[in-house]
Design a binder for this molecule. Structure first.
Ligand code: ADP
Ligand code: MG
Length: 247
């Protein structure tokens, strides 16, 4: 287990806070409670693994955290902002400005170069924060060790390199929180080690990471492991109780 970088912890509101979040999936006559009044706080700078058996609610949790799905009840605060009060446009802006996503299958645009893949999220920034998108994309690719592969298409890159491009794309907007869904699930053990070393580096730089994984070896690299079962947290290695902010 790694330690959280001291400079990042406890500065500002927690990265995220869920209070009694409930998510019920309905299909036909049946309902499934995927998140059962879940309480969950992530402090800035933490690198949290979410584990649990299939069907325990990991994807449902990640979808709520990613503002891709709305809870049926409960509070979700991201960086102190009550996400539930936002309209669709404001929620999309929050997603664009505060969150970065990394997926098991990389989800890169196959016809675009590594550089263009990383430029893309900045083109969607309606606040116009990135007039220097291409320079930033180059720098992000350098940061993940791919400064020499800018013009390569995804299919000319190894799986580990493709995931590096995806991580650069997620980081280029400097999100508050990086959400990763089985980011090493499609990688061999060497590439898994490489990607985990990269996440460890980002963690040391203060990036907050929430990562779903099935693999205990992967979770062991994180600074905290939370285990879900039936939409509830059944174990949590957080050394300290959840931080509550004054006010
Ligand atoms: P995990 O990612 O841990 O496998 P999920 O969050 O995908 O868990 O699923 C939690 C529960 O909710 C499961 O019982 C699953 O079948 C159900 N579920 C998830 N998504 C849907 C959906 N869109 N419609 C109906 N049931 C769903
Ligand atoms: Mg899942």
């Amino acid at each position: 287990m790694t330690h959280d970088p001291p400079q990042a912890a406890d500065r500002g509101p927690p990265a995220l806070r869920l209070v009694a979040v409930r998510k019920v999936h309905r299909s036909g006559d049946s309902t499934v409670t995927a998140l059962d009044d879940l309480d969950f706080v992530v402090r800035r700078g933490e690198w949290t693994a979410i584990m649990g058996p299939s069907g325990s609610g990991k994807s449902s949790l990640l979808n709520v955290l990613g503002c891709l799905d709305t809870p049926d009840s409960g509070l979700y605060e991201l960086d102190g902002i009550d996400v539930g009060t936002l309209d669709d446009d404001a929620r999309a802006d929050v997603r664009n400005q505060k969150l970065g996503f990394v997926f098991q299958g990389f989800n890169l645009l196959p016809g675009a170069s590594a550089l263009d893949n990383v430029v893309l999220p900045m083109l969607y920034d309606r606040a116009g924060r990135f007039p220097d998108a291409e320079a930033r994309a180059r720098e992000a690719l350098r940061r993940v060790g791919l400064g020499h592969r800018l013009d390569h298409a995804p299919n000319a890159l190894s799986g580990g390199q493709q995931q590096r491009v995806a991580i650069a794309r997620a980081l280029v907007t400097e999100p508050l929180l990086l959400l990763a869904d089985e980011p090493t699930g499609n990688l061999d053990s060497q590439a898994t080690d490489d990607i985990l070393a990269l996440f460890a580096e980002l963690h040391a730089q203060g990036v907050t990471i929430v990562m779903v994984t099935h693999e205990p070896d992967v979770a062991a690299r994180c600074s905290r492991t939370v285990v879900l079962r039936d939409g509830r947290i059944v174990s949590d290695t957080a050394a300290r109780p959840a931080v509550t902010e004054p006010g």
